[in-house]
Design a binder for this molecule. Structure first.
Ligand code: PDD
Length: 287
């Protein structure tokens, strides 16, 4: 079965799908994106993902080129045509194709691309053997709250991490505090068993998984603290973990080669991972 992509109103064979050579996403990174997980046929946290997409577009002074409900129908159709019940959907909106010139073009129409692919999500918290992260200075722009397709620092950081045998790179701000991972949000558990993750006012992406995990933690009576933490604090913490659409909740067992806590996934992390997995199975909406 060949894969199918949606490109500007058409369903095309994935291997033949293309956008214009002067698409502004390609030339200027002038666009935004979303990645949503599909679990048991349901798009997890679809509404919050679409809310964030619309917010990112607003920050770039762009409109959603097709109505939100139509976008949901297109998502269903892309999943159906690709036979994805467990997997992920990628959605990208750019300012469209125009003669290369920096200011916004007057006549370009926004370009919309959707792709989907199957992924076998890990079924249990016990499947999490824990990940290693390495730290790297955060040299990104000051608008990391926008989910822009401009991901070069993230790509370079992830590649650095992989070359050092690590799963993720943690960006560190000039004050020595962790901002976030190259494609994940960063968390620690403090000595009192409270979970700590950087607040949204200090230049990070507002992760949808972060938002859901914060809510699940509160509902389970786990204390939460939205504040920055330093790399040193993280290395001395009993537990650390990361969250994202494609990593769910994943334990961090080493930071820059030093074991976190016992060097094994900790109980608070595993509990949150379990809670998040049942949330995905139950398909409750985040509204
Ligand atoms: N990345 N921080 C950054 C920089 C990210 O790129 C992502 C997501 C996150 C976590 O956000 P969410 O929980 O909404 O997935 C945090 C996606 C998965 C990606 O680029 O593939």
């Amino acid at each position: 079965m060949s894969r199918i992509a949606y490109v500007n109103g058409r369903y095309m064979r994935h291997d033949l799908a293309h956008v214009h050579v002067e698409d502004r996403g390609y030339q200027f990174s002038d666009g935004v994106y979303e990645v949503a997980a599909v679990y048991g046929g349901r798009v997890i946290d679809e509404e919050p993902h679409l809310d964030r997409l619309e917010r990112s577009l607003r920050e770039l002074r762009m409109d959603l080129p097709i109505p939100r409900n139509a976008l949901k129908l297109v998502t269903r159709e892309v999943l159906r045509r690709n036979r994805v019940r467990d997997g992920m959907v990628y959605l990208q909106v750019t300012r469209g194709a125009a003669t290369r010139d920096h200011p916004f073009p007057e006549d370009a129409e926004g370009a919309v691309v959707l792709t989907a692919r199957p992924v076998q999500w890990p079924e249990t918290a016990a499947a999490d053997r824990g990940a290693e992260v390495v730290s790297i200075p955060d040299g990104r722009w000051g608008r990391c709250d926008v989910k822009s397709v401009s991901l070069l620092p993230n790509v370079l950081a992830k590649q650095d991490a992989r070359e050092q045998g690590a799963y993720e790179a943690w960006f560190i701000d000039p004050q020595g505090r962790v901002t976030e991972g190259s494609s994940t949000n960063a968390w620690i558990v403090d000595d009192a068993g409270r979970v700590v993750t950087r607040d949204l006012e200090s230049n990070i992406l507002g992760g949808i998984t972060r938002q859901t995990v914060l809510r699940l933690a509160r509902e389970a009576g786990i204390g939460v603290d939205e504040r920055p933490f330093t790399l040193t604090e993280a290395q001395a913490a009993p537990e650390a973990f990361l969250t994202s659409t494609t990593s769910f909740v994943r334990a961090i067992v080493r930071i820059d080669g030093q074991p976190v806590g016992t060097g094994e996934p900790g109980p608070v992390t595993l509990r949150l991972r379990d809670l998040y997995l049942s949330y995905c199975r139950g398909g409750r909406t985040n509204r």
